[in-house]
Write a new protein. Structure first.
Ligand code: PMP
Length: 390
């Protein structure tokens, strides 16, 4: 009797990079006050009006099995939202509703990669990316980026890694960096994907958290709709992380493949959650702006506190609920800095090393605690960094 090798392969044998997070939980369980800037989750709960819609739907009897790819009315609403924002013609049949963006990422890789195929993702990366590709039985290969180029994936670097690969996963606005890909970067990605014959998987779960300019989806670039799968979610845009409501927008053949997978794995998303999602989307962009606003404010606080620091360089970001700080001037690794900051200052941040090799010597700060506590944490973090300067 043994556990399938598949599971051991998910982490690739290394650590999962969440030690700081687990240590923080232990300290908090002992009653210690830790200012926690680790996890990408709002400091508010789902809006009661959305919960009322969920409850009303359940009470109306929508508690049976839901249909695999999602309710038609919700798929239509997601298609209309996508078309309005990108200008790309999108039918409800291009949309499949999934239990969260993570399930959408998994289903997409399952649909596009066979066992032993190579899936590309950028370094640094959202923590689950390599594991998701490996869970699909494929091999995860990294595209290196550099801090000096704001961790933007370069066309040449993609092409250099593309030999034998079938998919390319990108994410804008980006977790962990907060960087938003500009048009030139997206055009480079599109050219490289086309030249190398890759499916492009575009994770856009932070598309409503943008501090300047507009969200650009690579699916909207000429010729890209046929080779691009967009992953979306209500987790970040509507503070609905626990509702597990995500989707893909994809060419029909991919949508059909993901539906077949859903029929044999998840059975789709509960109908009362889908009705709550339809209600949430119906509240429009003003509600999305309201949910994003605290992150905009806290980013401003961080930039003000860190301006003029000799120890910390802020990676130029303009989206998502994170900031990436370059602390290489202190001579400490991200791991060492984060562990000492937790022990000595009781402030928890994620070491850049948790997100890949490219972000070694950096920290990811989540903009996810109340403004006054956030300002206190950043002020003390900056002072701590200054004291480490050689
Ligand atoms: N993609 C990125 C980049 C994320 O940061 C997250 C969650 N932190 C997800 C996907 C998955 O989100 P969910 O499954 O809650 O939609």
């Amino acid at each position: 009797m043994r556990i399938a090798n598949r599971i051991g392969h998910i982490t690739g044998g290394g650590s999962d990079g969440w030690e700081i997070y687990y240590r923080t939980r232990e300290m908090q369980a002992r009653g210690e006050r830790v200012l926690t800037l680790t996890i990408g989750e709002h400091d508010i709960r789902t809006d009661p009006a959305i919960l009322d819609a969920m409850h009303a739907s359940a009470r109306a009897g929508n508690t049976g099995y839901a249909f695999g790819p999602g309710n038609r009315n919700l798929r239509e609403a997601i298609a209309a939202r996508t078309e309005a924002r990108t200008g790309v013609p999108t039918s409800w049949q291009n949309v499949v509703v999934t239990p969260g963006g993570q399930a959408a990422l998994f289903a997409t890789h399952m649909a596009l990669l066979d066992a032993g195929d190579i899936g590309l993702h950028c370094d640094p990366f959202y923590a689950t990316y390599p594991g998701t590709i490996r869970t699909a039985g494929a091999i995860a290969r990294r595209i290196p980026t550099t801090s000096d180029q704001a961790f933007l994936p370069q066309e040449e670097a993609i092409l250099a890694a593309a030999e034998g690969a079938r998919t390319l996963l990108v994410n804008t606005p980006n977790n962990p960096t907060g960087v938003v890909y500009d048009r030139a970067t997206l055009e480079g990605i599109a050219r490289a994907a086309t030249q190398a014959g890759l499916w492009l998987i575009s994770d856009e779960v932070y598309d409503t958290q943008l501090w300047s300019g507009e969200h650009l989806s690579p699916r909207a670039l000429p010729g890209m709709a046929d080779r691009t799968v967009v992953v979306g979610s209500l987790s970040k845009s509507h503070a609905m992380t626990g509702s597990r409501l995500g989707w893909i927008v994809a060419p029909l053949e991919v949508a059909e493949a993901v539906t077949t997978l859903a029929t044999n794995t998840t059975y789709g998303v509960p109908a009362f959650i889908q009705d709550a999602a339809l209600f949430a989307l119906g509240r429009g962009e003003a509600f999305e702006r309201e949910i994003a606003e605290p992150f905009r404010r806290r980013r401003e606080i961080a930039l003000r506190v860190l301006a003029g620091s000799n120890a910390i360089r802020t990676i130029p970001s303009s989206g998502a609920m994170y900031l990436m700080l370059d602390i290489r001037a202190t001579g400490l690794s991200g791991d060492a800095f984060a562990n000492r900051l937790l022990d000595e200052e009781k402030i928890a941040v994620m070491p850049g090393e948790s997100f890949g090799e490219a972000s070694a010597g950096h920290l990811r700060v989540a903009l996810t605690i109340a403004d006054d506590q956030f300002e206190e944490a950043l002020t003390r973090l900056a002072a701590f960094a200054e004291r480490q300067l050689p």
